[in-house]
Design a protein around this ligand. Structure first.
Ligand code: NAD
Ligand code: DAU
Length: 360
């Protein structure tokens, strides 16, 4: 039975990936999820799998070399899927250091432990061992013109402390590939949305605020563009890249779904109005009057757009979920999981929200 070490599996994409993998492979794989449970890690995301015999959760920090070494010594790991990271751009602007620690040092530790466990005495690697580093399109910087896209060959040009730390982690993985022929792939993906996304990110923040009748903060002129991908499509792409991708290669993953932020806000408001039952008191709260243009994000990248041509040509992956369908599924999930939202927005979230949006 193949054993996966998933880092950051209690976060948004990691938990969706774990659900996807158990749906696909059922009892034929084993998953070990290592996560430090920062503010973004939530074991509630994994309630449905936690009792499985082929699932184990280990609370550890990926920068803790001893803990990670022990994991590799005690388990014959076949696949590493590395999600763990500090992931929110606004937080990186407020506090860059933890981004360097987790995203750069943490990736170095995971890489080094995998190399130590998998390397043979002649410098080659044990058969069928694979490492996948989950990265972002933000490493490519910002696009201005319509019709231009990020390709795997686009030079790196990160702007935020978050994207700079992810770029550094990508280069570390590339250096292992080039120096040791380490069996790895990198994926650079566009903005994800879907169930379990923490409401510091645009889509769940707007859904939650609209349902509470709170103002909807739109940075700058609201015309920044992101390329949205439904998270399950991303999970599928990661699995396909790891199984079918050429080792050493980078694959860009995108949604073919560019939208301005203000369009996203309008779509969410319209969809909420459509989906809320007539008698639901929240119908009265959801209103375009809540939209508030606020001070822009510092260094705000204007536009991201991926051309997922390589992954389509080599692996046959394409985004499957159209935005209309994906946003309805996402909103339906938030309707069905009100308690999840209440839990994650109590406590520390309130303080973050007040600090982040004070004066905005
Ligand atoms: P997230 O913030 O929701 O989850 C991150 C997880 O990593 C959390 O469970 C957290 O507890 C864990 N973690 C953080 N620091 C850790 C540490 N030092 N040791 C162990 N665990 C730690 O992030 P996400 O949105 O699910 O993103 C996952 C990965 O995908 C990240 O690497 C991110 O850069 C990348 N990515 C995200 C998006 C997106 O739109 N969200 C798009 C492209 C790429
Ligand atoms: O492109 C991939 C990246 O997408 C990932 O690597 C990051 O981990 C992920 O957080 C995401 O980064 P963004 O900065 O694009 O996502 P965010 O949801 O924070 O913001 C999306 C857009 O919405 C961005 O242009 C900023 C804007 N925004 C965001 C928030 C939170 C607002 O206008 N108002 C807000 O309150």
């Amino acid at each position: 039975m193949r054993t996966y070490l998933v880092t950051g599996g209690a976060g948004f994409i990691g938990s969706n990936y774990i659900h996807y993998m158990f749906r696909k492979y059922k009892d034929t794989i084993r998953i070990i999820n290592v996560d430090a449970l920062t503010y973004a890690g939530n074991l509630e995301n994994l309630r449905a799998v936690e009792k499985r015999d082929n699932y184990t959760f280990v609370k550890a920090d990926i920068t803790d070399k001893e803990a990670i070494t022990k994991l590799f010594q005690e388990n014959e790991i076949d696949r590493v899927v590395h999600f763990a990271a500090e992931s929110h751009v606004d937080r990186s602007i407020l506090n860059p250091e933890v981004f360097v620690k987790t995203n750069v040092l943490g990736t170095a530790v995971i890489l080094n432990c995998a190399k130590a466990a998998w390397e043979l005495s002649d410098g080659t690697f044990k058969e069928d061992k694979k490492f996948l580093h989950v990265s972002t399109d933000e490493v490519y910087g910002s696009l201005e013109e319509e019709g231009s896209f990020f390709y795997e060959t686009t030079p790196y040009d990160p702007h935020s402390p978050y994207s700079a730390s992810k770029a550094a982690s990508d280069f570390l993985v590339k250096s292992y590939i080039d120096t040791y022929h380490f069996p790895a792939n990198i994926t650079n993906c566009s903005n994800n949305y879907g169930p379990y996304q923490f409401p510091e990110k645009l889509i769940p923040l707007i859904i939650n605020n609209a349902l509470c009748g709170k103002k909807l903060p739109v940075y700058g002129d609201g015309k920044n563009v992101r390329d949205w991908l439904y998270v399950e499509d991303h999970a599928k792409a990661i699995d396909l890249v790891q199984e079918k991708g050429r080792l050493g290669e980078t694959y860009n993953i995108g949604g073919h779904n560019e939208k301005q932020n203000i369009e996203i806000v309008h779509i969410i408001l319209d969809t909420l109005q459509e989906m809320l039952p007539e008698e639901d008191p929240r119908r009265k709260l959801v209103s375009k009057d809540l939209i508030a243009y606020v001070e822009d994000r510092k260094g705000h990248d204007r536009r991201y757009a991926i051309a997922p041509d390589k992954i389509k040509a080599e692996i046959g992956w394409e985004p499957e979920t159209m935005f209309d369908e994906g946003i309805r599924k996402t909103i339906a999930w938030f309707f069905e999981n009100e308690a999840w939202m209440k839990n994650v927005t109590s406590g520390d979230y309130q303080k973050y929200y007040e600090d982040m949006y004070r004066g905005r």
